[in-house]
Design a protein around this ligand. Sequence first.
Ligand SMILES: [Zn+2]
Ligand SMILES: [Zn+2]
Length: 274
Amino acid sequence: MWFDQHVHMEHGPYTPLEYSREWLEQFLDIGRSRQVTGLGIVEHGYRFTESAGLLPGDWAARRCLYPLRGYTKFLDEVRHQYPIAVGLEMDYVPASEEGIRAYLNHYSWDFILGSVHFIDDFGLDVGEMRDEYTRRDPEDIWSAYYQYSIKAAQSGLFQVITHPDLPKIYGFPKPPDSVLVPWYHQFVEALGDNHVALEINTAGLRRPVKEIYPHPRLLLEAARAHLPVTLASDAHEPENVGRFFDEARNLALECGIEAITAFTARGVQTISLR
Ligand SMILES: [Zn+2]
Ligand SMILES: [Zn+2]
């Protein structure tokens, strides 16, 4: 049995004010067929009007269009009827930390995922900005990414840090291990000191890099530090729920991770990988 901690419903046939149970049930059905018995439901924090001004740049500003109430009203209706935990995937932006804290206080979430998607106004996984990887020094990108990720871990805002080596998404050249491994080490230390979990995210296998997030070297560090680790498909459509979880399990075990942590509606649970 699995718990998929990171599932988005945003591509569904609903208007933002009218979420659909049928759409949610499709995610649950596919999950069950892959031994996923519970889902962590999230939406991107930047979709909602209350997040206006928290993220840098025009891309995010054009997307905070819908009142958060549309989402939370749906969650209120379904959260006790289905095996789900309800949350938000919130961008971490160092300059907006207090604004993000106030924004997250709008609802009683079961968990919050913290994500570094942006370095200044460069969206690391925004297709239209992909060429930016060829204009910037990889070391600058990755160093900023881990500086932000460490601050996110220290912020106290999040239970989990997601897809923890996102800048590899398109397969552009990375800095050498001599640069990356010390960052992995500092990042894991910050997670451990602040009791924040690391996410194993299989969505990377659906992206050009064709790798699970994060790199095994980072997972080895996480295992050594006994960090809690969550498992996530980052599905935006039902067919991706629980996808590639066997691959994730094998990778985790190879790196010395023996169990998965799940942030459920009833609290934190541990799921053995053996
Ligand atoms: Zn994300
Ligand atoms: Zn996501």
